[in-house]
Design a protein around this ligand. Structure first.
Ligand SMILES: Nc1nc2c(c(=O)[nH]1)N[C@H]1C(S)=C(S)[C@@H](COP(=O)(O)OP(=O)(O)OC[C@H]3O[C@@H](n4cnc5c(N)ncnc54)[C@H](O)[C@@H]3O)O[C@H]1N2
Ligand SMILES: O=P(O)(O)OP(=O)(O)O
Length: 166
């Protein structure tokens, strides 16, 4: 089946990354991992600021019409971790199974996986996926979604073909 080149945005949330104190390894890793699904049109590092995250997510959906936005960082319990709150504030609905699948698979690797509050949700026709911050956690979480991502985006953008497995 022909695959669509989806338009992707990558948003790294990190106070240290935003002020140049730490190199962003997770954004570039996501760029590489998503290359089979789509083209990265936007990549930005911003601080863990809820209003700024909400504005960026809304603008990437409403103004640019990206198909997929991947965020990394700020999903835990530190007072500055606000990515899930910002995501919940801008989405129309959640896709709980995708977030649960990431946590379930990650729990087989580390108990600390339960500390990620990552949300997956949809605003208009854009899928927004939160991932934790470290490159290791990005790899371990995102590789869980990769096998279904193309199908999820196809459905979200209006594919009406029958998807029952024979
Ligand atoms: N499959 C896995 N899932 C999770 C892991 C894991 O190792 N494997 N870690 C769990 C832990 S521990 C936590 S806590 C939660 C939530 O993580 P956060 O989203 O809050 O992550 P941050 O606080 O933003 O970052 C943690 C740590 O990672 C390094 N870091 C962060 N951002 C970057 C970056 N852009 N480039 C390089 N390194 C980065 C840094 O040392 C931060 O202190 O997730 C669980 N899930
Ligand atoms: O600087 P950050 O936001 O990447 O987070 P941490 O304080 O967890 O290193």
């Amino acid at each position: 089946m022909e695959t669509k080149p989806y338009q992707v945005g990558i948003l790294t949330l990190s106070d240290k990354g935003a002020c140049g104190e730490r190199e962003d390894e997770s954004g570039p890793l996501l760029k590489e991992m998503v290359s089979g699904i789509g083209k990265v049109l936007r990549y930005q590092i911003i601080a863990d600021d809820q209003d700024k995250i909400m504005m960026m997510l809304s603008s990437w959906v409403d103004d640019l019409g990206l198909d997929l936005i991947l965020t990394t960082g700020g999903t835990g319990l530190s007072p500055r971790d606000v990515t899930p709150q910002a995501t919940l504030a801008v989405i129309d609905y959640q896709v709980p199974g995708m977030a649960e699948a990431m946590r379930a698979a990650s729990m087989k690797i580390t108990d600390r996986a339960m500390l990620s509050r990552a949300i997956v949700g949809v605003r208009h026709q854009t899928l927004i996926v939160n991932l934790p911050g470290s490159p290791r956690s990005v790899k371990e979480n995102f590789e869980v979604l990769l096998p279904v991502l193309q199908h999820a985006l196809d459905k979200l953008t209006g594919d009406t073909t029958d998807c029952a497995l024979s």
